[in-house]
Design a protein. Structure first.
Ligand SMILES: *Cc1c(COP(=O)(O)O)cnc(C)c1O
Ligand SMILES: [Zn+2]
Length: 395
């Protein structure tokens, strides 16, 4: 690979050959991260060439893991709009409020970024069958990119996942098995069967490349803000891949000389009904306990245990950030509020971020003049049945 040096364990720093297929670190079973020759990339003036490139995430090709342009499996992911929310911001005295609207990605969620990178690399490294445990959107994205790549895809998702997720998997030609329980129960099935079935497990952070796709959100934030990062980044956190990815992107960009040492305060938002990271953050722990019986209609953040928990917690603390939870009712109200005032139909996960911002502003943790960005990680349109069920329960 032109600019990849090696893979490095995020915990024990053991290094691995980047031309081979790996899952977790063989020494300590932690996530592996891709390391690049940033000095060499720095000499290529990639930043100066960006204006000539297509508006998708592969415009950052040199800091992505694929060897040749021809090996990219793409459906046009990334370079999503960064929308100013003036009306909404004014209502809470936040002068500079933005949403990074990931709902415009292929398959209607930002999972497209990670799976574009992971499927591209899996195919390069000779994989033929891919399997994934998912809360819903990652399965839809893997099925789509797997179809595009001509690979077989096996998806395992909770039986109460949004209907759109089940259908998108089937309609793009993948196998979809519904599992009773959560993504953690789906993960157990994949782990048990992968060896006998010959599947490569594309669980997030159990292979090194999904995070590389998701880190492009960090590159885009910098580019769209003219290389000056915002003060606060608010992120709906399940496995935390996007948050860890952006944190990695910021470090890479500093080494490339594209940005300075300033970092946004990173905020992880979870539902009160599934808040393992919030709980670990508040107890000043370095890893999170598995959350018992999680039940939020923001299904993308219904993740009881994250393998990258220590990396999420590191990024929150290093950035002087925060983890906080919001109620189901607050999430629902926020969908309605943002929809009515800005015309953006948020996914519940994105709405959770707005609910959290209101609290942080009220407590003075966010100042009136600060630049605040939250991620709408998916389209509300993928959740029509979940939102309707929630409305019924409330009546
Ligand atoms: C997966 C998902 C999340 C959580 O993303 P992580 O990077 O794993 O924390 C948030 N929102 C939506 C819509 C998702 O599909
Ligand atoms: Zn290790």
């Amino acid at each position: 690979m032109p600019f990849v040096d090696f893979l490095e364990c995020s915990r024990c720093q053991q290094t691995f050959d980047s031309q081979e297929l790996y899952s977790l670190c063989s020494e300590c079973h932690s996530p592996l991260l891709v390391r690049y020759d940033l000095e060499l990339i720095k000499q290529k003036d990639l930043k100066g060439k960006l204006y000539t490139r297509k508006p998708d995430m592969w415009r950052y090709f040199e800091v992505l893991p694929v060897n040749h342009q021809d090996d990219i499996v793409t459906l046009g992911e990334g370079y999503t709009p960064l929308l100013p929310l003036n009306c909404l911001g004014q209502s809470r005295e936040i002068k500079n409020l933005y949403v990074k609207d990931e709902s415009l990605n292929p398959t209607g969620s930002f999972k497209a970024r990670g799976l574009s990178a992971a499927v591209s690399m899996a195919r390069c490294l000779g994989v033929q069958k891919l399997a994934i445990p998912t809360a819903g959107n990652a399965g839809g994205a893997l099925a789509a990119y797997g179809a595009k790549a001509g690979l077989a895809v096996f998806v395992f998702m909770p039986d109460d996942a949004p209907k759109a997720n089940v259908l998108e998997v089937r309609m793009t030609g993948a196998s979809c098995e519904l599992v009773s329980g959560t993504i953690a129960d789906a993960a157990k099935i994949v782990a048990e069967r992968k060896e006998s079935e010959g599947w490569f497990d594309v669980s997030t952070l159990k292979e090194p490349y999904r995070i590389e796709g998701k880190k492009t959100m960090g590159y885009e934030l910098a580019e769209q803000f003219c290389w000056e990062l915002p003060d606060v980044v608010v992120y709906p956190t399940g496995g935390g891949t996007g948050l860890i990815g952006m944190w990695k992107a910021f470090a890479e960009m500093e080494k490339l000389g594209w940005i300075g040492a300033m970092r946004p305060r990173m905020v992880a938002v979870q539902s009160e009904n599934c808040a393992p990271i919030v709980s670990a953050f508040e107890q000043k722990k370095n890893s999170a306990e598995e959350w018992e019986a999680p039940s939020t209609f923001a299904s993308g953040i219904r993740v009881p245990k994250a393998i990258g928990d220590f990396l999420i917690l590191d990024a929150l603390r290093e950035s002087s950030g925060l983890a906080l939870s919001v109620s189901e009712e607050e999430i629902y109200q926020s969908i309605c509020e943002v929809g009515a005032s800005e015309g953006v139909f948020l996914a519940p996960e994105g709405a959770a971020c707005w609910a959290a911002i209101k609290k942080m502003r009220m407590q003075g943790w966010i100042g009136a003049d600060e630049k605040v960005v939250f991620f709408n990680t998916g389209s509300g349109l993928k959740y029509v049945d979940s939102i309707q069920s929630f409305e019924k329960v409330m009546q």
